[in-house]
Design a protein around this ligand. Structure first.
Ligand code: FAQ
Length: 331
């Protein structure tokens, strides 16, 4: 039903080849597609785009929080934040591995990220200005990530679906740690409560943007949903996020920065103000507050690590040559 409400970019059934029709029948029957099996080129490319973008988001997503590890207010908070940021690195690595099963190398993916040809989530182009932002990121950003990723556990590509199971478990811990920071701040001193409110004010709309453009502007949704690469439309998940998050803000005693937010009895959902989509597309074009800084940090890390990668490769080459020499001598 939702696939009909979004822009269509896929071929009609009559235009499918016999192989494509058989492939679609497997998807419709809920079968998982595994790496070595036949798949349409568009399916493979869409997965590389989405999984690659997702992996890049996890890796770039370490930067805004990594920035606060040395400034966490207690040893316990530091240990928790460190573990969370390390989890994000792990998520990136599972996802790069899942993308590699589609025939793309990790080096190619990195090259595309570093040259700006591949995207990462818009949210990581916003600055983290106070400790309360660590709470808002865990609560809202990981909360939005979970909302999007829980359905992806049922996505049609086996390696992606399986990566999502573990990632979602860890994201739940992340969301709870963020909410725990927000509770502490919201119930602390007046200054702490103000910091928590300010963090909510700044992260609310960028979090809503994480779900992607509105359905009418979503280029890929129709085809991705037909292939079960995406399980829900962008607007559907955004609405679910608002419905679940508003009561959590109320429990904290904080105000969602949307004067038009109201419960709509007839729809059984909150009505809310859409994010500024011009701002969203500007961030995607590289003009957000921190795009340059984030990409610059990743490129620098890649360049600084060149000697280490070279060393590993030289060691692997030497070990392979030794193995070959030993084998030849034994024959
Ligand atoms: N940011 O046609 P659609 C995390 C692009 S995980 C940047 O609707 P699609 C964990 C889109 O690529 C966060 N670009 O696209 C964490 C396309 O451009 P293209 C990442 C965006 O793919 C937490 C164009 O707009 N999660 O954060 C965004 O069907 C805390 C048209 O859009 C995932 O990647 C955006 N927000 O739907 C880490 C989940 N939205 O490629 C550290 C998997 C759209 O043609 C700390 N991905 N675009 O040049 C998805 O579910 C989908 O890819 C969507 C976008 C829903 C993100």
């Amino acid at each position: 039903m939702y696939a009909q409400m979004v822009k269509s970019d896929g071929p009609s059934d009559a235009e499918l080849s016999p192989e494509e029709r058989a492939f679609q029948a497997r998807i419709d029957a809920g079968e998982k597609i595994e790496p070595k099996e036949w798949m349409p080129e568009g399916y493979r490319k869409t997965l590389i785009r989405q999984i690659g973008q997702h992996a890049h988001s996890e890796i770039v997503g370490q930067l805004p929080e990594g920035n606060w590890i040395t400034r966490a207010p207690t040893l316990e908070r530091k240990a928790i934040l460190l573990a969370k940021v390390q989890d994000e690195a792990g998520h990136g690595l599972y996802l790069y591995s899942a993308a590699e099963t589609l025939g793309v190398s990790r080096d190619e993916l990195f090259e595309k990220l570093h040259s700006g040809k591949m995207k990462y989530s818009s949210i990581f182009n916003y600055p983290t200005l106070s400790w309360a932002d660590m709470g808002a990121i865990g609560w809202l950003v990981d909360g939005a990530a979970i909302m999007n990723q829980v359905p992806l556990q049922r996505t049609s590509y086996g390696p992606y679906a399986r990566a999502m199971v573990r990632i979602c478990k860890e994201e739940s811990f992340h969301q709870r740690q963020g909410y725990s920071i927000m509770m502490k701040m919201a119930r602390g001193t007046e200054a702490q409560r103000e910091m928590a409110q300010d963090a909510l004010n700044r992260f609310w709309y960028p979090s809503l943007m994480m779900f992607g453009p509105s359905d009418k502007d979503s280029v890929h949704s129709a085809q991705s949903m037909a292939w079960k690469i995406k399980m829900n439309t962008n607007d559907e998940l955004r609405q679910k996020f608002v419905d679940e998050t508003v009561p959590q803000a109320e429990y904290l005693g904080l105000t969602v920065p949307d004067p038009d937010l109201s419960w709509n009895e007839d729809r059984g959902h909150y009505d809310f103000t859409q994010p500024d989509w011009d701002e969203f597309f500007e961030v995607l074009r590289g003009n957000g507050p921190c795009n340059e800084e984030r990409l610059g940090a990743r490129v620098k890390a890649w360049d600084d690590g060149a000697w280490f990668r070279d060393g590993l490769n030289a060691y692997a080459d030497k070990a392979a040559a030794r193995r070959l020499a030993a084998k030849t001598a034994a024959e």
